[in-house]
Design a protein around this ligand. Structure first.
Ligand SMILES: Cc1cc2nc3c(=O)[nH]c(=O)nc-3n(C[C@H](O)[C@H](O)[C@H](O)COP(=O)(O)O)c2cc1C
Length: 176
């Protein structure tokens, strides 16, 4: 059975902070992992777990609200954990090559306004396009989007907008 990984804007995704940078610096100058500070070990271990879990899954469902035209910062922290050479991509003499060509991905994003292609705000949307680029970088061949749009701009229609998105999600789920 395919393993589906749901990725949400979870507050526990480690950030690349001074512990992580200091840990990386010490490792690259030869310090053994078990001699890093406990907090450095904990954060690097968790980032390693996240990328291993990502590689181990077959299908990804990213879910987030739009915040200021993108996903919340903890989702970016997650992306920072999974962009690892040798795990999700590798460097070759012809440049980087993605390693996840047998996966599928879906992105569910809710927003207060409308960002559909061809509309006046299409270019403002950078969260879905950022994730799309990351999936392409990893060579994930399939990336669908479900956009629950306009829940603030048309607040009176929010229940209908959500219901329509649920129906669409059910349709996509049949072939995901
Ligand atoms: C901090 C913050 C920033 C937001 N930024 C945007 C935005 O840039 N564009 C937009 O259309 N909606 C924006 N919204 C609205 C949310 O995307 C919207 O409320 C949410 O997706 C709806 O989910 P809910 O029904 O669970 O509240 C923002 C909301 C918050 C709290």
């Amino acid at each position: 059975m395919a393993k589906v990984l749901y990725i949400t804007a979870h507050p526990d995704h480690p950030q690349i902070d001074s512990d992580v940078c200091n840990g990386w610096g010490k490792l690259s100058s030869g310090t053994p992992f078990n001699q890093l500070k406990q907090e450095e070990q904990n954060k690097l271990n968790r980032m390693g777990e996240l990328v291993d879990q990502f590689v181990d899954a077959d299908k990804y469902v990213f879910v987030n609200p739009m915040w200021n035209f993108s996903f919340p910062p903890v989702m970016k922290a997650y992306i920072d954990s999974i962009c690892v050479a040798g795990k999700t991509f590798k460097y070759t003499s012809n440049g980087p090559v993605g390693l996840l060509s047998d996966k599928k991905a879906m992105h569910i994003q809710a927003s207060g306004n409308f960002y559909a292609q061809g509309g006046p705000f299409a270019e403002f949307e950078i969260g879905h396009r950022h994730l799309k680029m990351i999936m392409e970088f990893f060579a994930v061949p399939s990336f669908e989007g479900i956009f629950i749009e306009g829940v603030a701009a048309k607040a009176d229609q929010a229940p209908a907008i959500k219901e329509k998105s649920i129906q669409y999600a059910r349709e996509l789920a049949q072939k995901f």
